[in-house]
Write a protein that binds this ligand. Structure first.
Ligand code: URA
Length: 431
């Protein structure tokens, strides 16, 4: 192990067989945390090449069980972590309403980014820690489910991820790619759509890094016989106006019922849902099917069916509403919103939820590009009025109007089918 650490430190690649034996020795106790942490730091500083990233992904997958969810065309979706990002709550039932099974394995909040499991559990009664057979029953009942990855799936990533968190070795492209792809491969879906965030609120803020991560995730998925598409989307400001667990469930509920649809959230949800249908070779016009499912109420019904299958108490979704304690942050001058600090708002919303429960959080009243007058409300904090000044500081207001920014910068995809056949890679870029 000492020699392997030194080789990596000096900029050499390790053989795939070395990665496999290091990962299994770490799980078996033959490699200790100090040695693994040193190897992770050397990997972060020197980078992992394609073969090493593939070998690490393979070793992670092989470290535990793999699932085979029921269905001929099963798709999963992953976000690299965002703020105000309720897309999973929206697109999972929406795509299921078009007849494609969506088996979504999710994570909990990480740093300033929200976790879909915490959002699901904001609905009274909902369980996300499901045994594989319970997960499959939910899929059969509702056509979709959002559950935690069981401890028996990819245990090597679970331990190594915790060590990376403690040793500041999370933001390594190769380590992130192996960590994310291994969990999706082990989850057993035939195809995966990745939403890789770029911008100040993202794990890898630089566009070139986010794009490379997106390409790597697609390549890794294809190497394991899965169809894959990755979008690189904006996280320079929160995606939707609601930030918090229960508030984001309300956002998703209202979106699916057509009560209120934030334009940036709608653009990304539409693109993700369409990519999820295309990547499993949906027969017919994917856009038209999605429009029908939304307009006819099938997507909203599927959302309720999914929550019921996972244990939601009767009326729980209707009862969900913002916390009664609310305070606004006001603009101190006039101008245009130039920036909204997603990291600080994500942290504030998390603090509010920790203090006051799932109805707490932040709601944005202004978005980047909006004109503001002095004294106008910029955002509302629910659950703890003392947090209002912190949300006011997250807004950057300047005299001139900022340039418009797209929501999606690039789409990278295979046109692989569920049978594993892969046609030419396609790339669509707006940056
Ligand atoms: N999410 C993961 O699952 N793994 C990482 O390494 C980073 C984000």
């Amino acid at each position: 192990m000492r020699r392997a650490i030194a080789r990596k430190r000096d900029g050499f690649a390790l053989d795939p067989s070395q990665w496999r034996s290091i990962v299994s020795a770490y799980l078996a106790g033959g490699v200790d945390d100090a040695q693994m942490a040193a190897l992770l730091m050397a990997s972060l500083c020197r980078g992992l090449n394609e073969d090493e990233t593939l070998a690490l992904t393979d070793a992670f997958v092989a470290s535990g069980e793999t699932l085979r969810p029921p269905g001929a065309r099963v798709v999963d979706k992953h976000s690299s972590g965002g703020v105000g990002d309720s897309t999973s709550l929206i697109v999972v039932p929406w795509v299921a309403a078009c007849g494609v099974v969506v088996a979504k394995l999710s994570g909990r909040a990480l740093g300033h980014t929200g976790g879909t499991l915490d959002k699901m559990e904001a609905v009274e009664g909902v369980r996300t820690e499901l045994e594989p057979h319970e997960f499959f029953v939910c899929l059969e009942r509702a056509g979709c489910a959002i559950a935690a990855q069981s401890a028996r799936l990819v245990p090597a990533d679970k331990r190594i991820y915790a060590l990376r968190d403690r040793t500041a070795t999370v933001p390594s492209l190769g380590l992130i790619a192996a960590s994310i792809a291994s969990k999706k491969i082990a989850g057993g879906a035939h195809a995966i759509v990745y939403d890789v965030k770029t911008g100040r609120g993202a794990l890898l803020p630089r566009f070139d890094q986010a794009r490379r991560l997106a390409e790597t995730l697609v390549e890794l998925s294809e190497r394991f016989g899965r169809g894959a598409t990755a979008l690189v989307s904006d996280m320079d400001e929160p995606l939707g106006p609601s930030i918090g667990t229960g508030l984001e469930v309300c956002e998703a509920r209202d979106f699916l019922r057509g009560r209120r649809r934030d334009p940036r959230l709608e653009t990304l949800c539409f693109a993700l849902a369409e990519a999820m249908l295309r990547v499993v070779s949906f027969p017919g016009d994917a856009r038209a099917a999605l429009r029908r499912a939304l307009a006819g109420g099938a997507a909203a019904e599927r959302f309720e069916a999914m929550l019921r299958a996972q244990g939601a108490l009767p009326g729980a979704l209707e009862r969900l509403a913002p916390h009664a304690v609310a305070a606004d942050a006001h603009a101190t001058g006039a101008g245009f919103v130039h920036g909204i600090d997603a990291v600080s708002l994500g942290e504030t919303a998390r603090t509010a939820v920790d203090r006051a429960g799932p109805r707490a959080g932040v709601f944005l009243r202004k978005r980047i590009g909006d004109p503001v007058q002095a004294g106008e409300p910029l955002a509302t904090v629910y659950g703890d009025a003392a947090l209002a000044p912190a949300i006011g500081h997250a807004f950057d207001i300047q005299a001139r109007e900022p340039a418009k920014r797209p929501v999606i910068y690039v789409e990278i995809g295979s046109r692989a089918t569920v049978a594993g056949g892969s046609a030419a890679r396609s790339t669509l870029e707006t940056k």
